[in-house]
Design a protein. Structure first.
Length: 626
């Protein structure tokens, strides 16, 4: 009979522990087979991925990582969650966003969503939303003590807040039951519109609210304007910290109000909710939310209220990642983002409908959005584990590195005079623009692929049409989208088809058997379709004798691309290219490395080329108007 040791069964007890150096040597062997002669740390570096903010994702994380102590859920520094029980009781708050200007239609949609899984409402009020005096109609039949309301009212926040609180009084909602979010965000509004609002007035509203409605939060620190302007995760965090600190100063000192009107630090901290973007980069989103809580706990500790430093978080699936072409894929993106938000510990999660960028979402899109959370909560049981990513060497290290990068940027903002000064001086806009410029290069080169847009586009897709949404606020930081460069190219193609009856075409000259040309023909087909250019390759394969006839029958607009193996390029490229030119091709591309069959072709397309520049140039030469 075998007696197990007190510490339990060790399945690897009879095997020696592998060392990091042994793993590196195995990596060296694999890289050597691929032609890379590197060793030691250089071998590991070859498999690493550079991220924004100077971060690096390495191929292996072990116990040797030196991430900071994360503590326990519900206790400072709150990395592992703002409450000890996490979201294990009921899961996160499923907060549905509603836009539109008709209170009656909004009310119908809100009631339907509340009956089918939504637990709180996020309403656009004032300019670009329902009128303030229509708030009561929009919330008719809503049990306000059960369904919290979050407002997004921009410059009209004070009027909207007072209208909502008056409605609470009218419907006899007790101060203990009211859980509203009034959405006052003067600095966020300035970031979006360039319009400066009086911070002292927001502080006065918070003081008034805190006295009468202890569980209502007046101020929202919305980091979405910075994310939507192209900011990185660390920049989003740093700017949210700077905004939160500015609000704390206004709340606790009165910011010019009469003496003695400031709130205590504990009460001031309870007046804030933070809003962050959740993207399809699930691990970065998880780390961002965990790092945000850690950073805000540090602020609270420095302000003398460490136990009140649990950040209240509202995560919203990223508008930047949403595409207008093949919008159905957005359902997959928002699902991953919702998983990341829940695992990261967000208190409230808004899944934007998949047709968000096309106009007003319809009932089906709203249903899919709310059911995303419901499936993850009720069927996948995602909220039944407290901090499910905790203890992962990768997540803990990424959280730590992201927190340090964000804190460094926060210090830069504070040295510049704080959030308001940084916005008005152009510091924020310049920093975000530089970040987006670098990311745009990756998007253009398809190093950051966009499924359905830059990769595997479908030119024959039927457009999804929606009723126009109210225009978004403008005048401040720009709003960027990952698909914007490709969307412009596709729009040119659409206009050309509308004017001529056909899309611009390019001929794919596939050489040799399928085994030789399939990979590069598929690559070229995807590349040119990303610009709205229809690839034509009939017959399946050509040779010097048939290339001219096949090109003439293709209807191509002066362009052809050779697709095959390097060996067949050497044998046939020159003759096939000459035949194509004789048939009217003005430009012959080659799918492959630059320099291959150099005398025979004009240009090259290959993995890592600037796809946007290539496609734009091709459309120009085809005479497709801007």
């Amino acid at each position: 009979m075998t007696v197990l040791p007190d510490d339990g069964l060790s399945l690897a007890a009879e095997f020696p522990d592998a060392t990091h150096e042994q793993w590196q040597r195995l990596v060296e062997g694999v890289l050597r087979k691929s032609g890379k002669e590197v060793s030691g740390e250089a071998a590991e570096e070859a498999l690493s991925t550079k991220l924004e903010d100077g971060l690096t994702t390495r191929p292996l994380y072990t116990a040797r990582e030196n991430a900071a102590d994360t503590g326990f859920p519900g206790f400072a520094p709150f990395v592992r969650g703002g409450t000890p029980e996490g979201a294990s009781v009921a899961g996160w708050d499923v907060r549905q966003r509603f836009t539109g200007t008709d209170p009656a239609r909004l009310n119908e949609a809100a009631l339907a969503d509340l009956e089918n899984g939504t637990t709180s409402l996020w309403l656009t009020v004032g300019r670009g939303g329902i009128p303030v005096d229509g708030l009561a109609r929009a919330l008719e039949g809503v049990y306000l003590d059960l369904a919290p309301v979050s407002l997004d009212a921009g410059a009209d926040y004070a009027d909207a807040a007072r209208a909502l609180l008056a409605l609470y009084e009218e419907r006899e909602v007790s101060p203990e039951a009211a859980r509203a979010r009034l959405g006052a965000d003067p600095l966020g509004h300035e970031a979006r519109t360039g319009e400066a609002l009086d911070l002292a007035a927001a502080a006065a509203l918070a003081r008034e609210t805190a006295a009468a409605w202890p569980h209502v939060r007046t101020l929202t620190v919305d980091a979405l304007p910075y994310h939507e302007a192209g900011g990185s995760a660390a920049e989003e965090l740093g700017l949210s910290l700077a905004t939160g600190v500015a609000y704390l100063r206004a709340l606790t000192t009165g910011n010019g109000l009469t003496a003695g009107t400031g709130l205590t630090m504990e009460t001031a901290l309870g007046q804030l909710e933070f809003r962050y973007a959740a993207t399809a980069d699930q691990f970065l989103t998880i780390a961002k939310l965990r790092a945000a809580r850690r950073l805000w706990a540090r602020v609270a500790d420095a302000c003398g209220a460490p136990e009140a430093g649990a950040q209240r978080q509202h995560a919203v699936t990223s508008p930047v990642m949403m595409t207008r072409r093949d919008p159905w894929v957005n359902m997959l993106r928002t699902t991953v983002a919702c998983v990341a938000a829940g695992v990261g510990g967000a208190d409230s999660v808004t899944v934007l409908p998949f047709d968000q960028e096309l106009g007003l979402p319809d009932a089906f899109a709203r249903r899919i959005a709310r059911n995303t959370s419901t499936i993850l909560l009720e069927e996948s049981h995602l909220a039944r584990v407290i901090d499910p990513a905790g203890g992962s060497y990768y997540v803990e290290q990424l959280t730590d590195e992201l927190a340090h990068a964000a804190w460094e940027f926060f210090q830069t903002i504070e040295k510049a005079g704080g959030q308001a000064a940084a916005l008005r001086s152009g510091l924020v806009a310049e920093r975000l623009a530089a970040t987006w410029a670098e990311r745009s290069k990756k998007l253009a080169k398809r190093r950051e692929p966009i499924t359905g847009v830059s990769e595997f586009p479908l030119l024959s897709e039927k457009p999804v049409v929606r009723e126009p949404a109210p225009p978004a606020p403008t005048g401040g930081l720009p709003r960027v989208r990952r698909d914007e460069a490709y969307e412009a190219l596709r729009a040119r193609s659409d206009a050309h088809r509308a004017a001529t009856g056909a899309r611009p075409r390019i001929f794919l000259a596939a050489l040799g058997p399928a085994s030789a040309h399939t990979a590069r023909a598929t690559f070229a087909s995807n590349l040119f379709q990303a610009g709205g250019i229809e690839p034509v390759h009939d017959p399946v394969s050509v040779d010097p004798a048939t290339a001219a006839e096949a090109y003439a029958a293709s209807g191509a607009d002066g362009m052809a691309v050779l697709c095959s193996s390097d060996a067949l390029y050497e044998e046939q490229a020159e003759a096939v290219a000459a035949a194509l030119r004789s048939a009217g091709a003005t430009t012959v591309f080659l799918a492959g490395r630059p320099g291959t069959a150099a005398p025979a072709v004009d240009e090259y397309v290959f993995a890592g080329c600037d796809a946007v520049a290539v496609l734009s140039s091709v459309l120009d030469r085809m005479g497709v108007a801007l």
